[in-house]
Design a binder for this molecule. Sequence first.
Ligand code: GDP
Length: 479
Amino acid sequence: FLITISELANRMSVKKNKVVEIITQLELNNISNDILDQETAQLISEEMGYKVILHLDNKTEFLLLKNRNINHIQKILPRAPIVTIMGHVDHGKTSLLDKICSTKVVNQEFGGITQHIGAYSVFTKNGKIIFIDTPGHSAFTAMRARGAQITDIIILVIAVDDGVMPQTIEAIKHAFLAKVPIIVAINKIDKSENNINHIKKDLLKYEIISEDFGGETMFIPVSAKTGKGLKNLLQAILLQAEMLELKSDYEGMATGVVIESFLDKGYGPTVSIIILEGCLKKGDVCICGMEYGKIRVIHNENRQEITKASPSMPVLIYGLSGLPRTGEKLIVVKNEKKAREVSIYRKFKLREKEFLSKKQKNIENLFQNLKKDTNKILNIVLKADTYGSLEAILDSISNLTHTAFEVNILSSGIGAITETDVSLSINTRSILIGFNVRADLTAKRIIEIEKLDLRYYSIIYNLLDDIKLCLKGLSTPIK
Ligand code: GDP
């Protein structure tokens, strides 16, 4: 991803000089030819009070910059730490989390049944802690894969009688890569306490140095069975959090990260998120991965309706168009139309990626296919006026069931049918389809000379009906 200084200035609606000024201030001397890479552009935008959230399609995110000027709506306050428990299987991750949360479950008025939303808040005298309930390391990895970093502290659970094991090392690697501090919880000390020093020595290899060995990592002996040491562990988490100086803006437009999403019979798409920044309000319009929507209802983790949510809070939201994946980012935007456009665009991009990889395979097999049974493949080159209609058409085509022919979308895109589309069509004997778009002059001339099969549509049903006829072999696909 590259962007010119002028373009960046443009997207933030500021003068180019202003951006240059910031570059000088930040002493970013290594910029050549006015072109900025992603990190530099991000740094500059953030310095200028803009919030940058990157996704698959960086361009789209930059379009959102204008909405997210946080200069005048900031209220930075401390927030609760978000903690993930990791460790080798059977070392007691689940037991530890259960024990920590058990007091809370008993205290609440909902008969002890907590709705599983993937995160729990634990209240202590000295502050609140949010625990992410991840089975194994998968959710953590899923989040990292989408660039979402919500864990502030990792609790590395090691069973005293088992010591450092492969998944212990894996967890350490995760923590290092994500630059998240570790607190080691030596578990099952009701069995024995003999091995603690041995574990500390073992961990030196991985640069995890306990405080009594001159390092900075806290080692807390605990028992998930008896509850011994748990208070110390919570204390250690709050201490570590204090050192991290975790703070967020409590007033601006919210951002968050998806923990889980599922379909609720009554509510439809239900998404549990943790708020990272800002204040999420009922009625806010948001984009979340490839989905978007207006938030109809917000529930806290006890499924009580609330009207707004602040940083570090795990909440359930209802009103999104579908189910985003774990680790997907949620951002509130001002404009519902824009949210919808971005959602459609992202879906289209994904689609395109899938089609491209399929196309690649198709091209590789093209000669074979042509040799094999030309008449059984219906190649299509498709152009449309909007991503929305393109999406809808591709969707419907992929849902067609047929036997006689295989549909093969060789290329699809937005805009008029051009010479490139036409040459692809000649080489692959494809039908050219224009949905609410026409062929340009050059293309038209070649189409006439080559007598290519060009079809225009403005109604998806008509297009599909024709394709179905072709598939049944009732209409000759290629002239
Ligand atoms: P996970 O795979 O890391 O989630 O481990 P679990 O929480 O499922 O625990 C694995 C086994 O260890 C279970 O049989 C637990 O009852 C047991 N266990 C967990 N914590 C303790 C502990 O502190 N003391 C003892 N004695 N057993 C424990």
